[in-house]
Ligand binder design. Structure first.
Ligand code: GLN
Length: 447
C-alpha cells in the first residue's frame, strides 16, 4: 500500500511505469500477509518489485515500449517472473524503457519519457531507466532490467542505485524479449548491494528452457558477500582512464572509491585491456546484426499490431514502418547491412574476431585480479533531449559497459558519489564468469 501510494504521489513527475498492476499487487500483498502470519519464509514474501517491460508477464501487457507490441499480452511468464512469484514477490508493475532496450536514456520509448528522480530535467539513463528511477524514487523496493550493453549498470549509476548484470548464462533469458541474444542478460536493481544479492539469488540458475543458461552451482550470495575483502585484488584498466570523455567529477569519485577500497585492505593494481578501444565499434555491429534477425518476427502476423493492406508485402511494410520507432529502424538497417552478402566478412565476421580478442583481454586480466574497477559512464546523467539527435554521442556513452557483455562477464554498478551539480556517479566492478559473489562482496564492503 505504501508503495502504491508513493507511485500515486511521484509517478506523475517521474513517469517510471508503463503499467501499474494495482489490484493484482494488492491481492498478492494480502496473500503474502496471510502467508507471513502463518510462518511463510519465502525469501521475497511480500516484497514489491517492478519489472522492465521487456520481460514477459502472463496476462500483463508487455510492450517493450514499442508501438508494434502495444497490445501484446503474453500467455506465459518469463522464467525469472515465475521464480520471483515462487519467491513470494509482489509484482507492482512494468517499467518504461528504450524501445526494445535500444538506447541509453529511455528517451526511445514510444510511450513516455522517464525523468531522473535526482533532477527531473535529466534522463535516468537507459535502457532500463524506468526500473532504475522506480527504485531511486521508492516506487518499489527492487526492480529487474535487462543489460545488453550497459542497460542495467548505466541507469543504476545515473540514479544512484545498485545495478547488477550477471554473467551471460547465470539467469535464464526465457521470456525475455530478445534484442541481441548473445549479449542480453536479466539482472536486479536495488538500493543496496545486499538487496541486489538477494534478488539475484531468486532468479539465478539453470533453466532447460534457455539453452544458453549454464548449469553451474548458485552460491549463497548473501553469505558470500559478508566475507572479508582483505587481500582481494582489483585491477584498474589503464586504457579506461585514457579513453576520452571522462569528466573530472567522475574521475575524482572513482579515484576516491578506489582509495576507500585500498583502506579496507584491497590490493590495487594496474591491468591492461588493450582492445577496449574497439568495444563500441564491435558492439554496434554485433548488437544491431542480432537485433535485425531477432526483430524479423514482428511482421504483423504473429504478434502485436498490424496495419491492414491489400497485399502481404504492403502489410509487412506498413506494419514495420509505423510500428518501429526511428532508433529501432536504424539498428535494423545497420544490422541487415552488416550481415548482407559481400559485407558479412568485413563487418560481422571482423567484429566477431575482435570480440574474441576482447574476451582474451579479460581472461588475462582476471588471472591477475579478482575484479576490474572503473567508472560506469564517462559523465553523470545528461539533460533530456541533449543527445537525441546525435546517436553517435549516445553510443559513445556506453564505452565502459559494452565490453562486459561482449565478453559475457558480470558487472555491478555501485553508487560512489555525486558531481558538483549533485548528480549521482557510479563505480563499476566487473568480475570473471560466475564470480558475482566477488564483485558483490567488494561492492557490499565499499557501500
Ligand atoms: N545503450 C546500449 C544500446 O543502445 C545498450 C542497451 C542495452 O544494454 N540494452 O544498445
Amino acid at each position: 500500500k505504501a508503495v502504491l501510494d508513493r507511485i500515486e504521489a511521484v509517478e506523475p513527475r517521474v513517469d517510471a511505469y508503463l503499467t501499474v498492476s494495482k489490484e493484482e499487487a494488492m491481492e498478492a500483498a494480502q496473500k503474502a500477509d496471510k502467508a507471513l502470519a502463518q510462518g511463510e519464509t519465502a525469501p521475497l514474501c511480500g516484497i514489491p518489485i517492478a519489472i522492465k517491460d521487456v520481460m514477459c508477464t502472463k496476462g500483463v501487457l508487455t510492450s517493450c515500449a514499442s508501438k508494434i507490441l502495444g497490445n501484446f499480452v503474453p500467455p506465459y511468464d518469463a522464467t525469472s517472473i515465475t521464480k520471483l512469484k515462487e519467491a513470494g514477490a509482489v509484482l507492482v508493475g512494468k517499467t518504461n524503457m528504450d524501445e526494445f532496450a535500444m538506447g541509453s536514456s529511455t528517451e526511445n520509448s514510444a510511450f513516455k519519457t522517464t525523468k531522473n528522480p535526482w533532477d527531473l530535467t535529466r534522463t535516468p539513463g537507459g535502457s532500463s531507466g524506468g526500473s532504475a528511477a522506480a527504485v531511486a524514487a521508492d516506487m518499489c523496493l527492487g526492480a529487474f532490467g535487462s543489460d545488453t550493453g550497459g542497460s542495467i549498470r548505466q541507469p543504476g549509476s545515473h540514479c544512484s542505485v545498485v545495478g547488477l548484470k550477471p554473467t551471460y548464462g547465470r539467469v535464464s533469458r526465457y521470456g525475455l524479449v530478445a534484442f541481441a541474444s548473445s549479449l542480453d542478460q536479466i539482472g536486479p536493481f536495488a538500493k543496496t548491494v545486499e538487496d541486489a544479492a538477494i534478488l539475484l539469488q531468486a532468479v539465478a540458475g539453470y533453466d532447460p528452457s534457455d539453452s544458453t543458461s549454464v548449469n553451474v552451482e548458485v552460491p549463497d550470495y548473501s553469505a558470500a558477500i559478508q566475507e572479508d575483502v582483505k587481500g582481494m585484488r582489483i585491477g584498474m584498466p589503464k586504457e579506461y582512464f585514457e579513453m576520452g570523455g571522462l569528466t573530472p567529477d567522475v574521475k575524482n569519485s572513482v579515484d576516491q572509491a578506489i582509495k576507500t577500497m585500498e583502506s579496507q585492505g584491497v590490493e590495487v593494481m594496474e591491468v591492461s585491456l588493450p582492445h577496449s578501444k574497439y568495444c563500441v565499434a564491435v558492439y554496434y555491429v554485433i548488437a544491431p546484426a542480432e537485433a535485425s534477425s531477432n526483430l524479423a518476427r514482428y511482421d504483423g502476423v504473429k504478434y502485436g499490431m498490424r496495419e491492414e493492406r491489400d497485399s502481404l508485402i504492403d502489410m509487412y511494410h506498413a506494419t514495420r514502418s509505423s510500428g518501429f520507432g526511428p532508433e529501432v529502424q536504424r539498428r535494423i538497417i545497420i544490422g541487415t547491412y552488416a550481415l548482407s552478402a559481400g559485407y558479412y566478412d568485413a563487418y560481422y565476421g571482423k567484429a566477431s574476431q575482435v570480440r574474441t580478442l576482447i574476451m582474451e583481454d579479460y581472461k588475462k586480466a582476471f588471472e591477475q585480479c579478482d575484479a576490474i574497477v572503473s567508472p560506469v559512464a564517462p559523465t553523470p546523467a545528461f539533460k533530456l533531449g541533449e543527445n537525441t539527435d546525435d546517436p553517435l554521442t549516445m553510443y559513445l556513452s556506453d564505452i565502459f559497459t559494452l565490453s562486459a557483455n561482449l565478453a559475457g562477464v558480470c558487472g555491478v554498478s555501485v553508487p560512489c558519489g555525486f558531481s558538483s551539480e549533485g548528480l549521482p556517479i557510479g563505480l563499476q566492478l566487473q568480475g570473471s564468469h560466475f564470480q558475482e559473489e566477488k564483485i558483490l562482496r567488494l561492492g557490499h564492503h565499499f557501500q
